[in-house]
Ligand binder design. Structure first.
Ligand code: NAD
Ligand code: MG
Length: 293
C-alpha cells in the first residue's frame, strides 16, 4: 500500500474540551476514528460469540465493529448514561449484517458481571471471547485527594470486574476460546497523576499472566493489550486532565499523536483468532507509537 492510501490521523493540538465521567463519544470535538476503512476482514471469527465490556465507545466500540466484520456475534456492556453511544454501535453493527446485544449496568458490582456473562450466553448461544475492556480513570495531583471510595471504585471497575467476568465465563468456554483485557502503558510507566489507575493496570498485567497459566490446560488463551494514549472519551472525561492537556494529548509520543481506536482494535482480532495466535498466551502487547518499552 502506498502512502497515498494512508488515512490521515488527527494530531494535536485538539480543541479544548471537558466532559463528566463517563465521557460520551458523540459529544467529542474531533470524533474518534473507529471504522477501520483500510482493514480487510477474512472471516477469522465466524461463529464466535464475544462479550466486550465498554463496547459503546472508544477502543471497545472499534473492537466490537471489527469482531462483527470478522463474523462474530457480539454483546456489549455500557453504563446507562452511555445509551446513545451504545445504540450507535449496535446500529453500525447491524448495518454490517451483524448481531449486537446491548447490556446496561455497573461492572463494579459482582452481580452485574455475572449477569453480563449469563445474558451473553442466553442471547448469543454461548461465549467464546471475553474482552474485559471497561475502566475508570480519574487523575489526581496528590495522594490526599484520592478518597478510599475513589480508590475502591477504580479497583472494582478495572480489576475486580475482570476477575468476576472471567470466573463467570470460563466454565462456559470451550478449548480455542480467548480472554483479552485492556491494560495500558501506564502499567509500566506509572505516571504521577494516575496512582490508582496505573496500579490497576499493573495488577491486570500480572493477573493476565497468571490466569494464562491456570487456563492453558483448558485450551483458553489469556492476553492483554497495552495502548499508549488513544483518542477516546476517557481522557476528555477525566476531571484531572486539564483542558490544555487535552489540547496536547498524545504529543509526547514519538509518533507525535494519539492512536485512534481503529488502530488499536486489530490486535484484539489477532489475539482472539486461533489462526493467528494459537501459540500466544500470557502476553501484554504494547501499542505505543514507537515509545520504547
Ligand atoms: P471509553 O470511555 O470509550 O471506554 C471505557 C468504558 O468503560 C466506557 O465506555 C464505559 O462503558 C466503561 N465503564 C467505566 N466504568 C464502568 C462501570 N463502573 N461499569 C460499567 N462500565 C464502565 O475509553 P477507552 O479509552 O476506549 O477505554 C477502554 C480501555 O482502554 C480502558 O480499559 C482504558 O483503561 C484503556 N486505555 C485507554 C487509553 C486511552 O488513552 N484512551 C490508553 C490505555 C488504555
Ligand atoms: Mg463509553
Amino acid at each position: 500500500m502506498t502512502n497515498m492510501h494512508r488515512t490521515r490521523k488527527p494530531k494535536p493540538p485538539f480543541n479544548e474540551q471537558q466532559q463528566k465521567s463517563p465521557g460520551i463519544e458523540k459529544k467529542m470535538k474531533v470524533a474518534p476514528l473507529y471504522k477501520a476503512p483500510q482493514y480487510k476482514a477474512a472471516g477469522k471469527l465466524i461463529g464466535k460469540r464475544a462479550l466486550i465490556t465498554g463496547g459503546d465507545s472508544g477502543i471497545g466500540r472499534a473492537v466490537a465493529l471489527l469482531y462483527a466484520r470478522e463474523g462474530a456475534s457480539v454483546a456489549i456492556t455500557y453504563l446507562p448514561v452511555e445509551r446513545t453511544d451504545a445504540e450507535e454501535t449496535k446500529i453500525e453493527i447491524e448495518e454490517l449484517g451483524g448481531q449486537c446485544h446491548l447490556i446496561s449496568g455497573d461492572l463494579s458490582k459482582e452481580a452485574f458481571c455475572k449477569k453480563a456473562v449469563n445474558e451473553t450466553i442466553k442471547k448469543l448461544g454461548g461465549i467464546d471471547i471475553l474482552v474485559s475492556n471497561a475502566a475508570h480513570q480519574m487523575r489526581k495531583d496528590d495522594i490526599s485527594e484520592i478518597t478510599a471510595e475513589e480508590f475502591d471504585k477504580t479497583f472494582k471497575t478495572n480489576v475486580y470486574a475482570y476477575f468476576h467476568l472471567a470466573k463467570a465465563a470460563v466454565p462456559h468456554m470451550k478449548p480455542g476460546s480467548s480472554i483479552i483485557v485492556t491494560s495500558s502503558e501506564t502499567s509500566t510507566r506509572a505516571p504521577e497523576q494516575l496512582l490508582d489507575y496505573s496500579s490497576t493496570k499493573g495488577a491486570i498485567n500480572t493477573f493476565t499472566k497468571s490466569l494464562a497459566q491456570m487456563l492453558v490446560k483448558k485450551g483458553i488463551r489469556v492476553n492483554a493489550v497495552a495502548p499508549g494514549p488513544v483518542w477516546t472519551p476517557l481522557n476528555v472525561a477525566d476531571e484531572g486532565t486539564k483542558k490544555s492537556k487535552v489540547r496536547q494529548f498524545g504529543a509526547n509520543q514519538p509518533i507525535g499523536r494519539p492512536a485512534q481506536p481503529e488502530e488499536i482494535a486489530p490486535a484484539y482480532v489477532f489475539l482472539a483468532s486461533e489462526a493467528d495466535s494459537s501459540y500466544i498466551s500470557g502476553i501484554v502487547l504494547p501499542q505505543m507509537g514507537a515509545e520504547p518499552i
